[in-house]
Design a protein around this ligand. Sequence first.
Ligand SMILES: [Zn+2]
Length: 320
Amino acid sequence: MRLTSPRFNTNARLQNTANNNPPMKYGSKGLYVRHVQQALIDLGHPLPKSTKKFNTPDGIFGGETKKKVFDFQRKQRLTNLRFGVDGIVGEQTMDVFDRLLRTPVTLPPIPTVGGLTDLNANLAQSLINVLSHPGLLKIRFSAMGVDVSPGSYLMVRKALQYGEITAEIHKMPANYRGVYFAQDAQHKTTNAVLIYANTFMLDFRSANTVLQKVTVIHEATHAFCDIRRIGRTGTTAFTRDQSESVAHIAQATFHRILTGHAETDPFGGLNPIFQKADVLAQQVLAKKPLSNKFLADLHALVRQNRKAFGSLNTTNFNGV
Ligand SMILES: [Zn+2]
């Protein structure tokens, strides 16, 4: 079922839960679990253990959450004999939440899900630091039908803080520094979810170098396009290639802000995409409207450059 409540329908993993793909159950973790826990609380099933530590749901689907899901489902069954009582959150349970709770809620951030020793949590914090860079105030432009502004990056920063977007460290295929997953990536044959939607996949533990920082801005630009539901199949005419062009302009602009010059491709020589993006970056920094000709040139180069990302063994890959 399609979620329609603004409280739930911006979270890709909750939408997957509502499609039973996969359902949420004992052992699940993350912001989407926090939303279900908050829904249970708001519908009269308090979770004292799961809220004790942070004074807000902890995002861990443990024994208490499972019990309260059972309680909630039993209550539903009194009026609907076909309602399943299994302690697992899937289509039927999400459907009731979606109908009963129509107002968005903002859950307060909880400190580094997984604890301070969690490398991925440290990476997320490092991305938040890059996204707090004062230089981002200079990035403001319109291209390919999207307005990029400091507010765009603030939105991504907040999403990371609240766990709406996660970051994971992975060994990347050659020539890749980062990928943003707008949709789940599943294994070609088993369909197991390998990378969940709304994930930064990066090959570094913390963004310390210029190369890493500009990579964060590149992927954050994709994330921003995705938050606005731009570039998703079947929503608008905006494509992944357009998101890629916009990401390159933002990357080139941030590189100039950090270093005062254009980026050279660390994987070999002069990258024509970087060169073209840098010309546009200079226009951004000069607060000039972007040249349509250069935009078209950049976009053509980006389209040419698109490569399959096959080494992860994934189907329905929608990373950028
Ligand atoms: Zn990209």
